[in-house]
Design a binder for this molecule. Structure first.
Ligand SMILES: *Cc1c(COP(=O)(O)O)cnc(C)c1O
Length: 421
C-alpha cells in the first residue's frame, strides 16, 4: 500500500475536510527551504510549514545540538526539577525581550501559551482580591484552537459550533487614526471589569495577514495601561524576525505585561511554547497562601530537546547571516509588491517585514471556503510550491535561508496565477 492509502485508513488531518481533500503529500526529507517527496521531487516551502521554520528544515546546527541533548537527557518532570536548557533558554529569550519581561513559563504550543497568559492575568486580579473576569480582544483575532484561545479569537466558521461554550469577550476593531477615539472610549467603558487585553501585534495572521500601524497600536496600549488593563502581546506568529525586527515589540514603544511565543521559537524544529511576564504579575502569585499558586502545567513542560532547539535557533537568529537574510527578503518582497500592486486582478497588497499578502479581486465570494482558494492551492502545489491561501488572499513568509532563485520562482508563479485565475 502507498503512504497515501495507509494515511487514508488511519489519519485525520488538521483543518482538513477529509471528504474532498486533495490527498496529502508524503514528505520524506527537508533541507533549507525545500521539502522532498518520495520520488525526490522538490517543493519550495513558501510558508515555512505553517509559519514555524526559520533557518530551514533540519538545520545542521540545530540538529547537532538536539542530538547531543537527546543522548544526555530526553525529558524530565519540570515541577520540582530543572535543567540547563530550560534555564539557558529563559536567559537568552529574556535578554532580547522588552525589559518588562522577567519570568518564563513553558508549555508546548501557541494555544497553551495563550491559555497560560489568560490564566496569569485573570488570576492576578483574583490573587489581588479584586476579581476581574472580562477579556478585551480584536475582531478577526486568532489565538489558537483550545477553548480559552478560541474564546478570545474572533468569532468565525472555525468557532461557530462552540460559540455558546466560549466565555464572554469584549471585541474591538484594530485601531486606525479614524476609529482610535471611539475604541478608547469602549476600553474606558469596560475597564473596571477587564482583566486583560490580548492582541496580535501589527499582523492578524490567520484572518488573512491583515495589518495595522504600530503608532495606532501604541496609542491604544498606552490607553490600556492608563486604564489598568493588563496587556497580553501574542507574538506566537510575529516573534523571531518575521516582522523584520526580532519581535513586533521592537516596533512599539509601550511594553506589554505578558507575551506569548511558539511557532518560530525553536526555529520550527520542535514543539514548544513560552509565556513570559513581568515581575508585577509573577509576584502576585508568590505567597504563603497556596490558593495563589498558578495551578497549570503540561507533561512536557520545558522539554529539554525543545529548549535546546530554541536556544540554537535564537543563536542563529542573532547572527549576521540570518539578519542579512531577513533584510534581503524584506527588500525583495517590497520590490515584488511594487511590481504587481497595480495589476488589474490585485485588490490589495500588504507587507510587514518578511510577510507579504496579495488579495485577489474576485467576482465570486472571498470567503475562506471560496473555490478560488482551492484552485490557487492546487495551482501552486502543481508548480511544486507550498502555499496555503486564506480565501482569496495568498501570502508568503519563507524560511529566512530561502534563495533568491526560489523567491523569483514564487514571484513568477504568482504573476502567472494572476493571469489565469
Ligand atoms: C498559530 C497561532 C496560535 C496558536 O498556536 P498553535 O501552536 O497552533 O496552537 C496562537 N496565536 C497566534 C497569533 C498564532 O498565529
Amino acid at each position: 500500500m502507498t503512504l497515501i492509502n495507509r494515511d487514508a485508513q488511519v489519519i485525520w488531518h488538521p483543518y482538513t475536510q477529509q471528504f474532498m481533500a486533495r490527498p496529502p503529500l508524503p514528505v520524506v526529507r527537508g533541507e533549507g527551504a525545500s521539502l522532498y517527496d518520495e520520488d525526490g521531487h522538490r517543493y519550495i516551502d513558501a510558508i515555512s510549514s505553517w509559519w514555524v521554520t526559520l533557518h530551514g528544515h533540519s538545520h545542521p546546527y540545530i540538529v547537532a545540538k538536539v542530538v547531543a541533548q537527546l543522548e544526555k537527557l530526553d525529558q524530565v518532570i519540570f515541577a520540582g526539577f530543572t535543567h540547563e536548557p530550560a534555564i539557558a533558554l529563559a536567559e537568552s529569550l529574556l535578554a532580547i525581550l522588552p525589559d518588562t519581561q522577567q519570568k518564563v513559563f513553558y508549555t508546548d504550543n501557541g494555544s497553551t501559551a495563550v491559555e497560560v497568559a489568560l490564566k496569569m492575568c485573570v488570576q492576578y486580579w483574583f490573587n489581588k482580591g479584586r476579581p476581574k473576569k472580562k477579556v478585551l480582544a480584536f475582531n478577526n483575532g486568532y489565538h489558537g484552537d483550545t477553548f480559552g484561545a478560541m474564546s478570545v479569537s474572533g468569532r468565525s466558521a472555525w468557532t461557530a459550533p462552540f460559540d455558546n461554550l466560549l466565555f464572554e469577550v469584549i471585541f474591538i476593531d484594530t485601531p486606525t487614526a479614524e476609529n482610535l477615539a471611539s475604541i478608547k472610549r469602549s476600553v474606558s467603558a469596560h475597564a473596571a471589569d477587564l482583566a486583560c487585553f490580548v492582541y496580535e501585534p501589527l499582523v492578524q495572521g490567520s484572518a488573512g495577514m491583515l495589518m495595522y500601524e504600530a503608532a495606532d497600536l501604541d496609542e491604544l496600549l498606552a490607553h490600556c495601561r492608563h486604564e489598568g488593563v493588563l496587556m497580553i502581546q501574542d507574538e506566537v506568529f510575529t516573534g523571531f524576525g518575521r516582522t523584520g525586527k526580532n519581535f513586533a515589540a521592537d516596533h512599539l514603544q509601550v511594553k506589554p505585561d505578558v507575551m506569548c511565543f511558539s511557532k518560530g521559537l525553536t526555529g520550527g524544529a520542535m514543539p514548544l511554547g513560552a509565556t513570559t511576564c513581568s515581575l508585577e504579575i509573577y509576584n502576585a502569585f508568590v505567597s504563603q497562601d497556596k490558593m495563589k499558586t498558578l495551578f497549570h502545567g503540561h507533561s512536557f513542560t520545558a522539554n529539554p530537546l525543545a529548549c535546546t532547539a530554541a536556544l540554537a535557533s535564537i543563536e542563529l537568529l542573532l547572527q549576521v547571516p540570518a539578519q542579512e537574510n531577513i533584510r534581503r527578503i524584506c527588500q525583495r518582497h517590497e520590490a515584488f509588491l511594487e511590481e504587481i500592486k497595480d495589476h488589474r486582478k490585485v485588490a490589495a497588497v500588504r507587507q510587514t517585514g518578511t510577510i507579504i499578502a496579495v488579495e485577489w479581486k474576485t467576482g465570486t465570494g472571498t470567503s475562506y471556503f471560496s473555490d478560488l482558494r482551492n484552485q490557487l492551492y492546487d495551482y501552486f502545489m502543481d508548480k511544486r510550491i507550498l502555499m496555503r491561501p486564506l480565501g482569496n488572499i495568498i501570502y508568503i513568509l519563507p524560511p529566512y535561508c530561502i534563495s533568491d532563485e526560489d523567491l523569483d520562482k514564487i514571484y513568477t508563479e504568482i504573476i502567472n496565477a494572476l493571469e489565469i485565475f
